[in-house]
Design a binder for this molecule. Structure first.
Ligand SMILES: *[C@@H]1O[C@H](CO)[C@@H](O)[C@H](O)[C@H]1NC(C)=O
Length: 172
């Protein structure tokens, strides 16, 4: 390769890389303002292409919705599986808590985000964490439900990250 084409290559590289670099910088910058940096990075990293702060908040909210939906299916499967009536009652209670999260709170929050109604979006997202906490209180005694406990805690942490990002939008 001669010096001329090397120069051209260098110019091309500087033109091509800033935009991807920029996305990573934005994700990094945003995640530093949330309480769970690693969770924020791992959730947003593969999904951040070309997204602004509002787009990143939406990715967090979408991830919460798929986590909550998955958790509700898990709870329903456990209800069918467990022979223990005490565990079954606790699970049924948790299902009642997750149904509105999956049906209303999070879909409404996602919709509100897209319309720029950030206050309302933050409310819906923190409501999801409250429901996960209420489920957690109901099941934390049971060793058998440790996997559900992990899911509740993850949803709470995802909510904390999502709310922190929406607060950045609110300060906008
Ligand atoms: C739940 O959230 C975690 C953390 O972002 C993610 O890795 C996982 O894929 C999500 N699960 C579902 C079912 O969306």
């Amino acid at each position: 390769m001669n010096t001329h084409s090397l120069k051209l290559l260098l110019i091309l590289l500087t033109i091509t890389f800033p935009s991807t670099q920029c996305d990573d910088d934005l994700v990094d910058q945003i995640c530093k303002k949330t309480p769970f940096y690693d969770l924020c990075i791992s959730t947003l990293k593969s999904n951040s292409n070309g997204k602004d702060v509002k787009g990143l908040a939406s990715v967090m909210a979408d991830t919460m919705l798929s986590n909550a939906t998955d958790t509700l299916s898990y709870i329903r499967a456990e209800i069918n599986r467990t022979p223990d009536p005490k565990i079954e009652r606790a699970l049924a209670y948790c299902a009642e808590l997750y149904i509105p999260v999956v049906k209303y709170n999070l879909p409404q929050a996602i919709d509100a985000l897209s319309k720029g109604q950030f206050e309302f979006a933050a409310d819906g997202i923190s409501d999801a964490a409250k429901e996960a906490d209420s489920c957690e209180k109901m099941i934390s005694w049971s060793q058998e439900l440790a996997a559900l406990s992990d899911r509740n805690k993850l949803i709470h942490s995802l909510s904390d990250v999502a709310v922190a990002i929406v607060k950045i939008l609110l300060k906008g």
